[in-house]
Design a binder for this molecule. Structure first.
Ligand code: ATP
Length: 871
């Protein structure tokens, strides 16, 4: 039997479908038959295995040991509570894991690849998972190929099939018939899922989807969006491991100490266990995960879709943002301004069709153009749609010759599509019976390829004088921030097949200038970036003078800054580039290689770089940057695949919003860690003090578990939800290499821990004057309440008066929920047995309240005084 690549077109259409594609109803039916166009993903962990995985944690193992020791010492209630708590913790951990997976899945959904197909005879963009055999795929440069198919119409298609064949060079494809048996790499009339379109375009009849594609046959396990641990999670994991070892060593020392003091083995063991439980920050891991997940949700709501969780952290450290101009900093809404032809400046309505130069001007704008205007809506590249809008203002349109009529009259014979490296677009037509190549593109590129010029008096060789005048006009337009295209044509032979070598020897027709105003929010976003210690840089394919004019308007380019072109960068050595790097705020006419060099140079200086990109060749630079940022609307699938974040609205201001959220997430996580660890430190200090002073054990393990898992988790979560504050944009970017425990963090940790430790010890002594049970009850209640109050302190570095209680109502709710839980344990008689609680007098309760408030009072008063002094 013949393989699909060996069928001739007739057989192909008979067996696989027709060139008009499918109807929506057909496609739906086929989706039922063939299934979704996806590769089977790595099997997800089952809920049960996630649950059991929660027990494979050193800290949980210590807790289990604690339960066993409690049981051995006859304290069955305590054992039950510890086990109940461990199981509850595992259930919570499982719920969080499943939720986090779900939220990652919905993020994946948001960034899922799309493909263009012909359905119901209309070009439509659909999710690639909905592609079915029989669909017509419309491929163009920058697309990821999402199914296998046979090429039915080819326009210089080149693809990179390295993921399938390992061959990294681009392969030329065509729509010819192949009769012999050939290997996969030589089936040039086919395209395969997993390859990239690097050049040209083609229409393809889909012949296989999902696991039936060549990629599906070899890739049983394809899962490229694995959720890897972020640097913060890794450093916290390492910290937990170290902490566990230290805890065990100290616990052993305490155990020995108590034995030496003549205590019974089991009692000494209980002491050591209490210490271990006090020190373990059980809630830490889940709080970090939850706060990060909330951060990605907030970013998605702000139009920044995170594909790699690491980006949430790196965003807080970004110190350089390299941004495209067109569409990201500007609106990408082009409007033609003035035209220049026959050495005269004109408006569109002044084009006179009797003048040949004007006629060629219009032919070029309308025919050498892939976009259209349908039902008043622009379809295609704004640089091209604005040319059509301009043409509609001319007399041609008045006499009924619309672009559709003209395009029907003069069908395109051949083309070399636009690409940002050549900066040209050419297409061949039969104009007045003569095969003619129409070309438009960047002035500096096209002007060097002109031999002649068309004037009102006819065609004559172009002189240096002409070139100077054209360049001067180009400069005048560019200085106003206008984008300028040059238009040219040349007569060619019928038989000539178009290649890049054909794009020489032109006749100059004229220039067209267009305005693309900056986005309204760009200016504020740029000024926010600068005050946040971030250097915004414009990297564009546009002309240097145009780019500089726009950069100046937006606030990226200031007096004394430099603007350089890609060619100038090419001429610099690495050392020269490093020297001038901080001064350059505009790079114009850049190539994808330039982008990689710029990122590399900044990274070598120790900066964290975010870089935007949309083109097919931007993938390496997007991968090289610390945060590759792709454009959700105009970006190619290849660039989206290579990036860590996608801007759903293509807007520069969205990057700054994401930076703010990134900084806030990090700050909140740090504050939550400070809160949890300072509370734990207090408990450790009290236990250590009591063991050295040969006092009774101040807490039962259940007390500490109650605090760590319940009353402490609530304020920690509330701290994680602290809303972002624009003031965060006034700080310098965080140093990514600085660890968690810097000097100020450690100092605060110790101060807060000691303060809470002291008041808890005082409470213990007060209770000790009654009996041992009252002592430990007082210590437990004071520690719990002091930590609940402490939750307000750890919300911010500022005083609570400055930030206001109401600015985070979660923290108020967390406080009252914690107080209720504590009240329940202290006052409900049936809890007394489980938690080993003594009956308290009113005086006891008042002492607890007073003592627990003291640390927060001292810290807040200190902050208020400091703030007043600073004012
Ligand atoms: P950015 O990188 O900021 O998005 P850009 O959109 O200006 O910049 P390109 O799209 O690479 O960058 O365009 C580079 C140059 O190519 C433009 O300055 C223009 O002169 C020319 N150009 C752009 N679009 C077309 C087109 N459709 N046909 C012909 N020439 C074009």
């Amino acid at each position: 039997m013949k393989e699909i690549y060996q069928l001739n077109k007739e057989e192909l259409f008979r067996t696989c479908g027709n060139p008009e594609g499918l109807t929506t109803t057909d496609a739906k039916e086929r989706l039922q038959t063939y299934g979704e166009n996806t590769l089977v993903e790595q099997k997800k962990q089952s809920v049960a295995s996630v649950f059991f995985h929660q027990f494979a944690d050193l800290l949980v193992i210590i807790l289990i040991a604690a339960a066993i020791v409690s049981m051995a010492s006859g304290n069955i209630e305590s054992t039950i509570v510890i086990f109940a708590v461990i199981i509850m913790n595992a259930i919570l951990g499982t719920i969080q894991y499943v939720k986090a997976e779900k939220s990652l899945d919905s993020l994946k959904e948001l960034s899922a690849p799309k493909a263009k197909v012909l359905r119901d005879g209309i070009k439509q963009e659909i999710a690639s998972k909905d592609i079915v055999p029989g669909d017509i795929l419309l491929l163009e440069a920058g697309d990821m190929i999402v199914a296998d198919g046979r090429i039915i119409e080819n326009f210089s298609l080149q693809v990179n099939e390295s993921s399938l064949t390992g061959e990294s060079t681009n392969v030329d494809k065509d729509d010819s018939d192949i009769t012999e048996d050939v290997a996969l790499g030589d089936r040039i009339n086919m395209v395969f899922s997993g390859s990239l379109v690097t050049y040209g375009r083609a229409n393809v009849l889909v012949t296989a989807t999902g696991m039936h594609t060549e990629m599906g046959k070899i890739a049983t396990l394809m899962n490229n969006t694995k959720s890897k641990a972020t640097p913060l999670q890794i450093s916290l994991d390492n910290f937990s491991k170290k902490l566990a070892t230290i805890i065990m060593v100290i616990s052993l020392i305490v155990f020995g100490l108590r034995l030496m003091q003549g205590e019974k083995i089991l009692d000494s063991l209980m002491f050591a266990v209490a210490l271990a439980v006090a020190a373990i920050p059980e809630a830490l891991g889940s709080i970090v995960t939850i706060v990060q997940a909330m951060g990605t949700r907030k970013m998605a709501a702000d139009q920044a879709i995170i594909k790699d969780l690491k980006a949430v952290e790196s965003l807080g450290c970004v110190s350089v943002i390299c941004s495209d101009k067109t569409g990201t900093l500007t609106q990408n809404k082009m409007t033609v301004q003035q035209l220049y032809t026959c050495d005269t400046l004109l408006n569109a309505d002044q084009l006179d069709l009797h003048i040949p130069a004007h006629r060629y001007f219009l032919y070029n704008c309308i025919l050498n153009n892939d976009s259209s205007i349908r039902d008043g809506k622009d379809i295609g590249d704004p640089t091209e749609t604005c040319l059509l809008t301009m043409a509609r203002k001319t007399k041609l349109f008045d006499v009924g010759v619309t672009e559709e009529v003209l395009r029907d009259l003069m069908p395109r014979l051949e083309e070399i599509p636009f690409d940002s490296e050549r900066k040209l677009m050419s297409s061949k037509y039969l104009l007045h019976g003569v095969p003619t190549l129409l070309t438009k593109g960047a002035v500096d590129v096209l002007l060097t390829r002109m031999d002649s010029i068309i004037t009102e008096d006819g065609i004559r060789p172009i002189t240096e004088n002409d070139r100077d005048r054209i360049l001067e006009q180009n400069m005048q337009f560019s200085r106003q921030g206008l984008r300028v295209l040059a238009l040219a044509y040349k007569e060619c032979s019928d038989s000539e097949v178009l290649t890049a070598a054909s794009e020489y020897g032109y006749t100059f027709i004229g220039l067209v200038s267009m305005i693309d105003p900056p986005r309204e929010e760009s200016m504020a976003a740029v000024s926010d970036a600068i005050s946040a210690g971030i250097k915004p840089i414009m990297i564009t394919g546009d002309h240097k003078v145009t780019a500089t004019a726009i950069a100046r308007q937006i606030g990226i380019f200031h007096d004394g800054d430099m603007a350089v072109t890609g060619q100038e960068v090419d001429r610099m050595t690495d050392d020269e580039l490093t020297d001038v790097l901080p001064k350059i705020s505009v790079y114009a006419r850049v190539s994808p290689e330039n982008k990689i060099r710029i990122v590399d140079a900044w990274q070598k200086k120790g900066h964290i770089v975010a870089m935007t990109g949309d083109g097919v060749n931007d993938a390496p630079a997007l991968k090289k940057a610390d945060i590759g940022v792709a454009m959700g609307i105009t970006g190619t699938e290849v660039s989206k695949d290579a990036s860590a974040m996608i801007l759903a609205d293509d807007n520069f201001a969205t990057i700054i919003k994401a930076v703010l959220t990134g900084r806030n997430v990090y700050r909140n996580i740090m504050n939550a860690i400070l809160f949890l660890l300072s509370g734990n430190l207090a408990a450790i200090l009290v236990v250590l003090y009591c063991s050295i002073m040969a006092l009774d054990t101040p807490f039962q393990p259940v007390h500490l578990l109650f605090i760590n898992l319940l009353t402490d988790s609530l304020p920690a979560l509330a701290i994680g939800m602290e809303p972002s504050d624009k003031k965060l944009l006034r700080n310098k970017p965080r140093d990514p290499k600085a660890g968690i425990f810097n000097k100020s963090f450690s100092l605060q940790l110790i101060c807060y821990g000691v303060l809470i430790g002291i008041v808890t010890t005082v409470a213990f002594y007060l209770g000790d004057s009654v009996n041992a049970l009252t002592a430990s009850t007082m210590a437990f209640a004071t520690l719990t309440l002091a930590r609940l109050f402490h939750g307000f302190t750890c919300r911010s570095e500022s005083s609570i008066i400055k930030i206001g209680i109401h600015s985070n109502l979660w923290s108020v709710a967390a406080f009252f929920a914690g107080v209720l839980l504590l009240g329940f344990v202290l006052l409900a008689p049936f809890m007394h047995g489980l938690f080993m609680i003594a009956d308290l007098t009113v005086k006891n309760v008042l002492s607890i309240l007073g003592l627990a408030f003291i640390p927060t009072f001292i810290i807040q008063i200190t902050r208020i005084i400091k703030e007043a002094v600073r004012k």
